[in-house]
Design a protein around this ligand. Structure first.
Ligand code: ZN
Length: 110
């Protein structure tokens, strides 16, 4: 079972290794019962992960990386983020995921 603390520790390590610490360390990261797999809320600097993933091992971390990619793009190029409405996943977002993959962010996860 993963805890909020596991999410936080993963966030700290991933922010240093794959995002050059660009994502504000004051972000709140927490499991929540919700419909979506995850959500990035820029106004409150919050990343929420569906609590279903508490018991699904690495999936929780894959979703954290997904939301961190939104946070990163939002932070440094103001990329539009409309999680849950099918937007925010355009070419720049896909390029960001390719970059993460090449940096080895998914090693041991996929
Ligand atoms: Zn997304």
């Amino acid at each position: 079972m993963h805890t909020n603390n596991d999410l936080r520790n993963f966030f700290i390590v991933a922010n240093a290794r794959f995002f050059d610490n660009r994502i504000d360390p004051s972000y709140t990261i927490a499991f929540k019962r919700m419909r979506n797999d995850g959500e990035h809320i820029p106004t409150t600097k919050t990343i929420l992960i569906n609590s279903d993933f508490k018991k699904h091992g690495d999936m929780a971390f894959i979703v954290v990386l997904h939301e961190m990619a939104h946070a990163d793009l939002h932070g440094y190029i103001g990329y539009e983020d409309k999680t849950g409405r099918g937007n925010g996943h355009g070419m720049r977002y896909q390029a960001k995921l390719d970059e993460l993959y090449k940096l080895g962010a998914y090693d041991g996860l996929l």
